[in-house]
Design a protein around this ligand. Structure first.
Ligand code: ADP
Ligand code: MG
Length: 298
């Protein structure tokens, strides 16, 4: 067992490393694209995405959240804001990308997908070029672009996952969430075997339960897919989350000292402190995003 002082020291040095290790751009082309998804719905993707983004922001990172859940876009509802513009204003050419980025809770920049999302997948060649150059503009000013996707295996969600540098799969300890997470990983891996997955266990009763949950998935992915998926971290099951949702304030702002908020801040610190292992020979960042997006819409 680590004593309290030791775990505090570990945390402090993780924070020091986090603040010092900035994501390298240049060769990777600026922002890192991260898709947050799940097999089963309702496991806490949107709450995770939002509060993870805020936690990264607290560590000095520039983060943009893109609400990419076609069916149930609700990042703005979770922040108690109403977005004036969404993707459709960009795609219609009415607005530039800078104008459809709104500021939510904690001044977090976000793009509401809204009704524009579905047309994103059937753009003409010309509009596709416009969309990707607009994304390119914003990617240069960001460290991370987080997509909050829908659950399951829709064509649209797959497109976001497979165009990103990394895919965070959120699950809870419930067996149904676990089997659906595995099913999702299996399908994505079958389509694109370079996708880099990470696991987050949400609503865990304890760290032990979280590790056991992740291990169940890791065991089957390594045995049947020959895939080693690291666990990024966990978030405790915490009544403050639901209370914050009702208040329409992100839990890490509404109750910064609660278990869930502390967990997500730890998780973010470890995330930025860990080395960014992007596969050699694959394009990443904005260049990779555009290339993969174009390839999949052809
Ligand atoms: N860590 C948590 N502890 C307790 N309840 C949670 C937690 N995370 C999510 N929830 C509950 O689950 C609900 C659904 O979360 P949400 O982020 O909207 O899921 P998803 O985006 O996956 O559909 C929340 O409104 C909240 O009541
Ligand atoms: Mg959601």
């Amino acid at each position: 067992m680590m004593d309290q002082a030791q775990s505090l020291r570990n945390l402090m040095s993780a924070k020091a490393r986090a603040l010092e290790a900035r994501p390298q751009d240049g060769e990777h082309g600026g922002a890192k694209f991260i898709a947050v998804t799940s097999g089963k719905g309702g496991v806490g993707k949107s709450n995770f995405t939002l509060n993870f983004a805020l936690a990264l922001q607290r560590l000095g990172r520039r983060v943009l959240v893109f609400d990419a859940d076609i069916g149930m876009a609700n990042i703005d509802v979770l922040m108690g804001v109403r977005s004036q513009y969404n993707l459709s204003h960009l795609l219609s050419g009415e607005k530039e990308i800078g104008e459809i980025i709104e500021k939510g809770a904690g001044s977090l920049p976000y793009i509401a997908g809204g009704s524009g999302l579905s047309s994103l997948f059937s753009l003409s060649e010309e509009d596709l070029v416009y969309f990707t150059t607009q994304i390119q503009k914003i990617a240069a000013d960001m460290d991370y672009i987080l997509f909050d996707t829908g659950a399951g295996l829709s064509k649209e969600t797959l497109q976001f996952i497979m165009s990103s540098d990394e895919c965070i799969v959120v699950t809870t300890p419930e067996p149904t969430a676990i089997t659906d997470a595995y099913a999702l990983i299996k399908v994505v891996h079958g389509l694109e075997d370079t996708t880099a997955f990470k696991l987050v266990v949400n609503r865990a009763e304890s760290q032990r339960e979280a590790v056991q949950t992740a291990d169940k998935i890791r065991l089957v992915t390594s045995r049947f897919l020959d895939l080693d998926i690291p666990m990024l971290g966990f978030v405790s099951d915490d009544a403050h989350v639901s209370q914050s949702v009702k208040k329409q304030v992100p839990f890490s702002i509404n109750a910064p000292g609660c278990h869930a908020a502390r967990d997500i801040q730890n998780l973010a610190m470890q995330y930025v402190a860990s080395p960014d292992v992007r596969q050699e020979g694959t394009l990443s960042g904005i260049k990779g995003f555009i290339q993969k997006w174009m390839r999949r819409t052809k």
